[in-house]
Design a protein around this ligand. Structure first.
Ligand SMILES: [Zn+2]
Length: 316
């Protein structure tokens, strides 16, 4: 039943869009193994919540060949976010469901969560490419592993802060599964009593990565969807904290590319590109625990700023 529904929508969309042979959700493992790779799952929460089937679009800056960057971007007219989002009126709450084991030593009232933070780790083990060249000692950065390490550190901090979050794709043996990411996020939004914000976490690659080379580009940038005013404000807050924590090259907030998860999520969404993994020195730093902690902390700083003050009034 599900299969035939999916095929039906695929055939409709393929007809409407003129068809394409991109097959992001059917990637196979990058290295051969003896075990066949199971097909990536598609997990709509219920059949009624099936997302529209649409061609997968670029997820990273490094996915877009240079000559395609100037292509006309399709504008969507409708702002799909609920706008404006209700701002928190009390920055600090008095939630008594504290899990403090020793309330006498630790009497600080727990933070009252204001948003549901949907944390997207971008790729899985089965994503093709997305890896640095090897350093002379044989080490190599795999982007999916980096992204997940950052998400894990963010979660550790959000747990302590009492902030509500959802780890969107905890499974490792998947590809990009962008449609599933969006379907899960949009279903979460429907169920959540708090407004949700989508944060997709990545590391970047310069165009040299296509040929397996080292990049000259470095630094941090944060993306939002071009028609999303809320996304822009949130992106600016994340970018501000990422640069403050790392002091890396500030590539600013960006828009204009059809990042699938930014375009199709029904809530404000940002995508952080935390340094270039194929820059020889910056990529090496991305392997280190210290740098990973800084990057995670910067995300947490941005989240806490928004938890406390909202983002509607942010100017910067
Ligand atoms: Zn990525």
């Amino acid at each position: 039943m599900l299969d035939s529904l999916v095929k039906f929508f695929q055939s409709i969309f393929s007809f409407l869009s003129g068809g394409s042979n991109k097959k992001d959700t059917t990637t196979t493992a990058p290295t051969s193994t003896t075990k066949p790779v199971p097909p990536p799952e598609v997990i709509p929460v219920t059949e009624e919540e099936l997302p529209e089937i649409e061609e997968v679009e670029p997820q990273d800056g490094s996915d877009i060949p240079v000559e395609e960057e100037q292509e006309e971007i399709v504008l969507i007219n409708a702002e799909v976010e609920e706008l404006p989002i209700e701002e928190p009126t009390t920055p600090y709450g008095n939630n008594n469901t504290s899990t403090n084991e020793n309330p006498v030593e630790n009497p600080t009232p727990k933070h009252e969560p204001k948003y549901l933070w949907i944390l997207d780790n971008g790729h899985g083990k089965n994503t093709k490419g997305k890896r640095s060249p090897k350093w002379s000692d044989g080490k190599q950065l795999l982007e999916y592993e980096f992204n997940r390490a950052i998400v894990k550190k963010i979660i550790e901090s959000l747990e302590k802060e009492g902030v509500k979050y959802h780890n969107l794709v905890p499974e490792e043996n998947v590809g990009n599964i962008l449609k599933t990411r969006v379907a899960r996020a949009n279903a979460l939004k429907v169920k959540s009593d708090l407004p949700s914000v989508y944060v997709s976490i990545h590391a970047n690659a310069g165009p040299e990565n296509q040929a397996g080379g080292w990049s000259s580009a470095k630094g941090i940038e944060t993306w939002y969807y071009r028609t999303s005013l809320n996304g822009r404000k949130i992106a600016k807050i994340f970018q501000k904290h990422l640069i403050a924590k790392t002091d890396w090259v500030n590539r600013d907030v960006r828009t204009g590319m059809n990042f699938y998860v930014l375009k199709h999520t029904a809530m404000p969404a940002v995508l952080t590109e935390n340094g270039f993994f194929n820059h020889k020195t910056e990529g090496r730093q991305l392997l280190s625990e210290e740098t990973r902690q800084l990057i995670a902390d910067a995300h947490v700083d941005a989240i806490m700023e928004i938890e406390k003050y909202g983002f509607i009034g942010f100017r910067g």
